[in-house]
Design a binder for this molecule. Sequence first.
Ligand code: ATP
Length: 249
Amino acid sequence: LSDTPCQIEVHSIIDSTNSELMRRIQAHQSIPKGQVLVAEMQQAGRGRRGRQWQSPFGANLYYSCYWQLDEGMQAAMGLSIAVGLAVHDALKALFDLDVQLKWPNDVYLNEQKLAGILVELDGQVEGPCHLVIGIGLNVAMPDSAAGQIDQAWTDLSQHVNAVNKNQLVAVLTLCLQKRLEIYQRHGLSVMTEQWNALNVHRQQGVTLTTGQKQWRGICEGIDSQGGLVLRQDGELKTYYGGEISVRKE
Ligand code: ATP
């Protein structure tokens, strides 16, 4: 499937799997491309813009992968689109589940959040760009944490009988490497159609929010760069940027 060597490092408790890989990047440690780090609990799991990712001890998956792109930061734009598809591929292959994807970085099942993706990078406009691809996937949420998530969520245990977490990590890693290699070779244009078919907001009225600004429109899907296309008063407008949130009207 892939000739990228892969090491999987397992921690019991960590602040954040993404933070640990990012510290190693910033300390200029040599990290093999494809290195995976998982933990059984995160004490400071993160979502976008400093939001918390609930990461109690137990069966959930807290997963980060190191990757490198040679073409500078610009090339990383839209990467979370490819990562969402990799999560889809793994859950389809293992459990025949059909997840939906929410722009730019979430995985849903029956309109409830199953997984979050957090891509962080260290690099310049040109030259090598170091990437940390974080995936938090709810496998079996302990009751103690269930009440602490302030939006509709789900976990795999509500949909499938038995989850072998080792197998999940292995298949997810293979699916992720495959999508990342396709992304590097061909860009997003070969994946946009598939992503659009899985879009949780497909043809629905949505509101985009960033800071104080809001835009409303019908969600048409993504373009070949990973930007979100809205139909507004009959015209198509594309939005880019990692700071935008999308909500159903
Ligand atoms: P956006 O659409 O702006 O990305 P988001 O709500 O998806 O918003 P993220 O940064 O992706 O934001 O994820 C953090 C949010 O996800 C938290 O604010 C919380 O609402 C929710 N959340 C936190 N932990 C979990 C979890 N384990 N499972 C599902 N949802 C969670």
